[in-house]
Design a protein around this ligand. Structure first.
Ligand code: SAH
Ligand code: SF4
Length: 376
């Protein structure tokens, strides 16, 4: 049964209607100026918005459910509401959506989604099926300011931060398109440095865990090591898994391939990791891109073991993914295996992660959306 008092939405919102526009510019749609994108609001703000417009609290709960768990793209799809209520709501609110520009499938089953944003910028997400898992690798920024020398996203520089809803909408948008399958795991390892877009990423994490029902254990945030934000993260965000892109064992090499190291050198980064509050049985993942002749020697492997002493952790070795123009190379399989063995012999869990989707440029470090190819 519909609550008979829904006319209240319109009467209650009258007080926020704009003053009439000068003759000649009068909008033919009287409520347009109060049009509110519900995805731009946090959970609490949706409740407040509903209250301010005379809607009972449970209606806000229903809206959140339809947006974040049923992936509706407009208010007319909220069929739990009467036609009248949907029409009334549609006059004061809307639901924005990312535009899917391209969807590409790799031979190994990985899929890349290129989305265009309201301002024409583009970002990428990568869907990686693996046994019973369906992981979506999402972007937190368009481009990235960190300038790591091995990474194409870094090469294009920062275009702009994403809003929380643009981060979350990557998941909504993909889930809607792959139904009845559903994404089970999220990694913030797409374009961008999540901790450089701290507030929006934290808000996105609250929505993903609180509204989309994805467990924080199934979410991993990867950072290049913005130490102050790394230490602030557990105070502000749900305690998702942490991955740290270490990629070198000396400041000399790390300064060269990851300029962030000049601000937060290895010793500071490792000390932050040691202080990082971990729940029992949780571990930090250290990512290490193996680049031939740069960071792949046995001496590096031994130094890595020393650096990781007393940190509950595991290591993911990622053989470097080249792009057409780069001069860097991935090491031979023997070098990769020898590196892995030295770490494993020290009783640290270590996996070699072959990036998926290389044929469609969806692998780690290859995301650059549509920003063109600059010469390296
Ligand atoms: N900015 C964050 C998350 C995005 S990068 C970070 O740096 O952690 C995700 C991962 O891709 C990082 O571990 C990074 O080291 C790795 N990566 C970047 N370029 C790569 C490349 N060309 N080959 C292999 N891995 C790469
Ligand atoms: Fe940015 Fe991460 Fe790429 Fe470095 S590796 S440039 S931090 S996206």
């Amino acid at each position: 049964m519909e609550n008979p008092g829904h006319g209240a939405i319109l009467s209650a919102c009258r007080h926020i209607l704009p003053l009439p526009l000068p003759v000649g510019t009068q909008s033919e749609f009287p409520y347009m100026a109060s049009d509110m994108d519900l995805k731009s609001l946090s959970q609490e703000e949706v409740y407040r918005f509903a209250a301010e417009h005379g809607l009972p609290r449970y209606r806000a709960g229903q809206l959140l459910h339809w947006i974040y768990e049923r992936y509706v793209v407009n208010l007319q799809e909220v069929t739990e509401f009467s036609k009248t209520l949907r029409n009334e709501l549609a006059q004061i609110a809307s639901i924005s959506n990312l535009d899917l520009a391209v969807r590409q499938r790799s031979l190994d089953g990985t899929e890349k989604f290129l989305f265009s944003l309201e301002d024409g910028q583009t970002i990428e997400s990568v869907l990686i099926p693996d046994k019973d898992r369906l992981t979506l690798c999402i972007s937190s920024q368009a481009g990235c300011a960190m300038g790591c020398s091995f990474c194409l996203t870094g090469y294009i520089g920062l275009i702009r931060n994403l809003k929380a809803y643009e981060i979350v909408d990557q998941i909504i948008s993909v889930n809607r398109r792959i139904a009845p399958r559903r994404i089970t795991n999220i990694v913030l390892m797409g374009m961008g440095e999540p901790l450089a877009n701290f507030d929006e990423v934290v808000e996105a994490l609250w929505r993903i865990t609180g509204l989309m029902g994805i467990s924080k254990r199934r979410i991993t945030l990867s950072t290049s090591g913005l130490v102050p934000k790394l230490l602030e993260l557990p105070q502000k965000a749900p305690d998702v898994n942490l991955a740290v892109s270490l990629n070198a064992t000396t400041d000399e090499v790390r300064n060269r391939i990851m300029p962030i190291n000049k601000t937060y050198p290895i010793s500071e980064l490792m000390s932050a990791c040691r202080r990082y509050p971990l729940r029992p049985r949780r571990r930090i993942t250290f990512e290490y891109v193996l680049i031939s002749g740069v960071n792949d020697t046995q001496a590096d492997a031994k130094r890595l073991v020393k650096l990781l002493r007393n940190i509950p952790c595991k290591v993911n070795l990622i053989p470097y993914n080249p792009d057409e123009q780069s001069s860097m190379k991935r090491p031979s399989d023997e070098t990769v295996l020898a590196f892995q063995k030295t770490i494993a012999d020290s009783n640290i869990t270590v996996l070699v992660r072959e990036s998926k989707g290389q044929d469609i440029l969806a692998a780690c470090g290859q995301l650059k959306a549509r920003y063109g190819k600059k010469a390296r």
